[in-house]
Design a protein around this ligand. Structure first.
Ligand code: ARG
Length: 246
């Protein structure tokens, strides 16, 4: 509810009320995270999360409305009501979970590294990157940035606003390694053969989940039951195969 113009929700309010009354499911994500959310040349949003979001909106009988948001401000965007849900490859971390509710895990993965062909020739293991002579990159505010600090404290680290800017440093030989989510790195390596080398052993465990505002148990209950439904009725596998096995 709105109290004196404030947008702070009452504990009793559910995003469901707003979704149904406006006929729109507003979904926050940051395009540029392959193969979960990408922007096409003609300005459409595509990817695994996008297809699931569209299906979710249909299940609620409403329209899917994409809200492409800088990763760095994506939790504030949810908290201030710019969207109803974050469906954007977000890792369920304890730190984030103190600010938002997460529905049950929809995909499990972990962090890996993309290195230059030169670095690939001189190291045998991702652990070898923990050396001051190596210059690592990742995206601001991501679990990749956290993992880089935790697992490679002795290396140099530069953070960039987007994953594309970060990984380009490695592709152009300006940085030695990009620390990021395994699915992204696997796909980027496949699309840039010879330019980068993927060390595909994940060294963290990261569950991904849909984030919603705190206290909204009604929406949380809807989402967890919806997730079980799509996992059991073939919808999830159909969308997964489209983006991960083609
Ligand atoms: N899974 C990582 C995290 O939770 C990265 C997600 C990045 N998503 C994006 N659209 N850039 O931090």
């Amino acid at each position: 509810g709105s109290v004196l113009g404030s947008t702070v929700a009452n504990a009793a309010d559910s995003a469901i009320d707003n979704i149904l009354s406006t006929g729109e499911l507003k979904v926050c994500f940051e395009a540029g995270y392959i193969p979960f959310e990408m922007k096409t040349k003609d300005g459409r949003f595509i990817g695994f999360d996008i297809d699931v979001s569209k299906h979710m909106a249909r299940a609620m009988g409403v329209k899917f409305v994409p809200v492409n948001t800088a990763w760095d401000g994506i939790i504030p965007a949810l908290q201030t009501g710019k969207c109803d849900i974050i469906n954007g490859g977000m890792g369920i971390t304890p730190e984030r979970n103190l600010k938002v509710l997460f529905a049950d895990t929809y995909l499990e993965m972990g962090q890996t590294v993309l290195v230059t062909p030169e670095v690939a020739a001189e190291i045998t293991d991702y652990r070898d990157l923990n050396d001051p002579k190596y210059n690592l990159v990742s995206q601001i505010g991501t679990t990749g940035a956290i993992a880089a600090k935790k697992y490679f404290p002795n290396a140099q680290l530069n953070l960039f606003e987007t994953s594309a800017d970060s990984v380009l440093q490695v592709k152009n030989g300006k940085a030695d390694a990009f620390v990021y989510d395994l699915p992204y790195n696997a796909m980027y390596a496949a699309q840039n053969k010879g330019g980068v080398v993927h060390l595909d052993e994940a060294f963290t465990y990261e569950p991904l989940g849909w984030a919603i505002r705190q206290d909204d148990v009604n929406f949380l209950n809807f989402l967890n039951n919806y997730l079980v439904q799509i996992k059991k009725d073939g919808t999830y596998d159909r969308i997964y195969d489209k983006w991960f096995n083609s």
